[in-house]
Design a protein around this ligand. Structure first.
Ligand code: GDD
Ligand code: MG
Length: 334
């Protein structure tokens, strides 16, 4: 089976880390996010991935010049302009010549979903489209998807105010589509699958939801992008992993606890890094503290500086010696 993976968004909630790097090329531990996503698909029998690209497409083709990622052949479909989710699916499927049942994924979701089970459910129900669903405490930042007892979707409400969400089962961002779904999307136009196509399919009674409470994270915010990596360190998914790269340099007089330290990153004497991600080539100076925060590639946190409270330091950005960042972004974002 083939899968269209949407990776063309701007990743605005993760800026400045995504100012010059697509979200799906940010690392999760020591591999770009896209390799985790494609590797999972490969383990479930997907044999080609169509990357639906828009923002900074070269960031993918530069790293996978032979069009192969995690052992899976890639087809690059580069939109001439951002077409939103459904427009992007239509464009990518057309570009790759897809004419049979196929998968679609939001490329920023890390999950242990049993994709084979999802496809089996889709085929058994005779649906035109099937959405994977996951339960969350606060559905207001997702697509909320009520279903009837058979799993038929009765409505699709994208990001409703919390008080108006009819249930806490949300769109988990993995879909199985029959090719007829493509005919619902005007080619070359901006169309949203969540705001236009899914509500229409729910009205037509051809959309089903597959409920699963397996591991699931949308990595699109600093909190969840950090959390998905701490989960790997904590052994929440499989055996606990070490986050300190073999090629990182952690001074014997430094403290690193529950953190990812990338290749060639330096944590100097007296520095303390806790519950954080410090990407490749960064330098955490003498006596500096990084706590519960994200530091991009090649960044510098000066001596005795403090980076706290889910701060986000961009690639190659600098925090001055002794400076305090608490819940801030460097450079600042609008
Ligand atoms: N090619 C392309 N073109 N890709 C796009 C575009 C576009 O114009 N816009 C967004 N994408 C990609 C993003 O890169 C991402 O992988 C995916 O589409 C979803 O976009 P997000 O910006 O991450 O959406 P979201 O997290 O707010 O909401 C979506 O995901 C939730 C679950 O993770 C929706 O599908 C919700 O309904 C869903 O609950
Ligand atoms: Mg997302």
């Amino acid at each position: 089976m083939r899968a269209v993976v949407l990776v063309g968004g701007f990743g605005t909630r993760l800026r400045p880390l995504t100012t010059d790097l697509p979200k799906q090329m940010l690392p999760i531990l020591d591999q770009p996010m896209i390799e985790h996503v494609v590797g999972h698909l490969s383990a479930h029998g997907v044999d080609e991935v169509v990357l639906s690209l828009g923002f900074l497409p070269d960031a993918f083709s530069d790293v996978y010049p032979d069009s192969c990622c995690a052992g899976v052949p890639l087809h690059y479909a580069v939109e001439p302009e951002p077409l939103d989710t459904a427009g992007a699916i239509r464009f990518a499927a057309g570009d790759a010549g897809i004419d049979e049942t196929f998968l679609v994924l939001n490329g920023d979701v890390i999950t242990d979903l049993d994709v084979g089970e999802l496809v089996g459910f889709h085929l058994a129900s005779g649906a035109e489209g099937t959405i994977s669903l996951t339960p969350v405490d606060d559905p207001s930042r997702y697509g909320v998807v009520p279903t009837d007892a058979d799993g038929r979707v009765t409505g699709f409400i994208e990001k409703p105010p919390a008080a108006e969400a009819p249930c806490n089962w949300i769109n988990a961002g993995t879909y199985v589509f029959e090719p007829s779904v493509l005919q619902r999307i005007e080619p070359g136009c901006r169309v949203s699958v969540e705001r236009e196509v899914f509500p229409a399919m729910a009205d037509a009674g051809t959309l089903f939801g597959f409920r699963s409470d397996c591991y699931w994270v949308d990595t699109g915010t600093p909190e969840t992008y950090l959390g998905v990596q701490l989960d790997l360190l904590d052994g929440v998914r499989g055996p606990a992993r070490s986050g300190v790269d073999d090629a990182a340099e952690v001074h014997a007089g430094a403290t690193v606890r529950r953190s990812v330290i990338g290749a060639q990153a330096v944590v100097a004497e007296g520095a303390r890094v806790c519950d954080s991600v410090v990407m490749a080539g960064s330098r955490i100076g003498n006596g500096a503290v990084v706590d519960g925060s994200l530091v991009g590639c090649g960044a510098t946190v000066g001596p005795d500086a403090q980076v706290l409270g889910l701060s986000v330091v961009g690639h190659r950005a600098e925090v001055a010696p002794g400076e305090l960042l608490d819940g801030q972004r460097r450079p600042e974002q609008d």
